[in-house]
Structure formats: C-alpha cells, structure tokens
Design a protein around this ligand. Structure first.
Ligand SMILES: [Zn+2]
Length: 340
C-alpha cells in the first residue's frame, strides 16, 4: 500500500522563472543579492511577454503537479506585460489542473506609473473574481504611498498581501515601514533578516533552497511565533525536496532539530489553500513519515486527484500532453533568452 497524503502547497513561487533555465550568463558576475536581482531577475522579468508568461506558467504548473503540489501561491512581475498577466497565469494553471493564488508584485522601480499599473492589475484580476492576494515586490523598491495603496486595496478587497520581507539586508527597513500596514492575512516571503520581535503579523514563507542559492543567510524560521510555510521562490515546486532542504538547513543550525518541524511547515501550507486537504496524492514510497522522507530521495507521485478529478495517473499528467508543454515552453525560452 503506497502512502496517500493531501496535496502539497508551494507557499511562495515565481512561475515566470520556469523559463530562466538555460538563460545566457549575466553581463557581469553578481556579487551580492542586489546585483543578483539587477543582473539576472530584473533583466529576465523585463523581457517577458504574455505568450512567454503563459508557457512558463504551463510548465511550472505541470512540474508542480508531477511532484504532488496541487496549489501554488505565485508572485508575478513582468513590467513590460502587466495588463492581463495574472489571468494568463490563472488560466494556464487551470488548464493543467493546479490551484493557484496569484499576485502582481507592485514596485516603484519603473516609476510611479509602473506601480500604478501593477496595482491596477491586482485590482482588475481580483475584482473579476480571480483568486489572489495583492502583491508587493518588497518595501525597499516601493515608496510609502505605494505600500499604503497596496495595503489599502487588499483590505478593501478582503484579501492579504504577498510581499518579500527581509530576504537580504538591503530590505532591513521593511519591518518598520510595513508594521503599521500588515495584517494576519499577509504572506511574508523569506524573513531571513526579520527580527522575531518586529511585530509583523502574517505567515512567513520560508524558501531554504533559494536562500542558500542567493547566499542571503539562514532564516532560522523555528524562532518565529508566526505561522511558517515552505516555498520554492521559483525553483520548481517539488515540495518534498524543499522539505528535505528545510530540514537539513534547520539541522545545520541546530543538531537537535527533528524533521517533524520542517514537515509541520510543509503541512501548514495547506491552511493557506484549505481545499488542498481534499486533494489526494498517492506516492511511490509506502510511508509518509518525516524521518523516513527526510532521507529517502526520489519519492514521486503516482496518482494525483484535485477537486475529485484525476490529474496525474501513473506519474503522468492527464489534462495536458507533458511533452507538448515542454516543447512549447522551450520555444518560448529560446525567444526570451534571445532578448537578454
Ligand atoms: Zn520570491
């Protein structure tokens, strides 16, 4: 008898980064987090158009489902293709059969008009009935008026805010600036340099693999009283892998750490998308015990059921042709990389 669990949730993703793999090297080697943003991600996101966004979301959604992840909490930015972008992502995920909670990351790094258009995209999508949060890139790229406008829009629409907080020291002023605005329904990505007594309410999305990759430090999420969930920050949505990395990072910091803690963070993600409790994933490994899974590579879903529908059977997506999605995404990646 194989283990069956509810669906996994990726608590912080960037589906647009699915096409980043294979991109040309940056014009200079980044030496810190701000230069990683400037030389890699802010060049990539500026080159996106809606067709690229569609196929990055299709590929990201497919890869999530193939790993038993039935819900993605996405944070999107495409400064030259803002209008309609959240609908493109939502439609792609629906086509593959994955639940998605969308947000457009508002920022002033393209001037006040860019911030206004980002805010308008969140509002358009949410008022049309889309499932989402209001996105803010991060406090350090936003004026106070932009932070206030995004928080106000979220409160008016009865949703939370999805924002990067203290991923790196560059964002160290975020707690003071966000504290008067934040609420329990906010989703705070990273929190690496967030003090546990900063008084910020909300859920913290811990992204251990991305934090290692960006050399920003270890968030030590066990210290927070806030709910903690796991995210990938755009590096796929294989949440069992992310759990293993979360465990081993915790262990590196505290040799008495148990994988039960990281497993608890993984499970807490379901509280953000409660319907996933009824999704079913049948795994190739017969136990769903954190101590086993922390040391068992290669565990994969055989069958995934979302909202009563079988969306993965024998490890293969049923609603889309995986080979076709990969081929079309590769075509769009080629177009994207040619612009960099
Ligand atoms: Zn992120």
């Amino acid at each position: 008898m194989n283990a069956i669990t509810p669906g996994m949730v990726c608590g912080h993703h960037h589906l647009y980064s699915a096409l980043a793999r294979g991109m040309p090297p940056p014009p200079a080697t980044p030496t810190d987090f701000p230069s990683i943003l400037e030389l890699v991600w802010w060049r990539l996101d500026a080159a996106l158009d809606l067709e690229m966004i569609r196929w990055s979301a299709m590929l990201g959604a497919l890869e999530a489902l193939e790993q038993g992840t039935t819900a993605i909490i996405d944070h999107h930015e495409s400064p030259n293709a803002i209008e309609g972008s959240l609908s493109v992502i939502a439609e792609a995920c629906a086509e593959v059969g994955v639940r998605v909670v969308c947000a457009y990351g508002v920022t002033d790094r393209h001037g006040p008009d860019g911030a206004r258009r980002g805010l308008a995209e969140n509002e358009r999508f949410l008022r049309a009935g889309g499932r989402g949060l209001v996105g803010i890139h991060a406090a350090f790229t936003c004026a106070d008026e932009t932070l206030e406008a995004a928080a106000g829009l979220a409160a008016d629409l009865g949703v939370g805010v999805h924002v990067h907080v203290c991923e790196d020291r560059v964002d160290r002023d975020a707690p003071t600036r966000l504290q008067p605005l934040a609420r329990d329904d906010w989703l705070l990505a990273h929190g690496v340099h967030l003090s546990e007594d900063a008084g910020l309410p909300g859920t913290i999305a811990h992204n251990p693999r991305s934090n290692l990759n960006n050399a920003v430090g270890y968030a030590r999420p066990a210290r927070f009283a806030n709910r903690v969930v796991l995210g990938s920050d755009g590096i796929g949505a294989a949440m069992l892998d992310e759990f293993r990395v979360a465990y081993v990072c915790h262990r590196a910091d505290d040799v008495t750490a148990s994988p039960e803690t990281a497993w608890g963070w993984l499970e807490a993600g379901r509280e953000l998308v409660p319907e996933t409790a009824n999704d079913e994933v049948e795994w190739s490994y017969p136990v769903a015990d954190p101590w086993h899974l922390a040391f068992t590579p290669g565990v994969r879903p055989l069958r995934v059921i979302v909202d009563g529908e079988v969306v993965v059977e024998d490890g293969r997506a049923t609603r889309v042709d995986a080979a076709e999605v990969r081929a079309k995404a590769a075509d769009q990646a080629t177009r994207l990389h040619a612009r960099l």
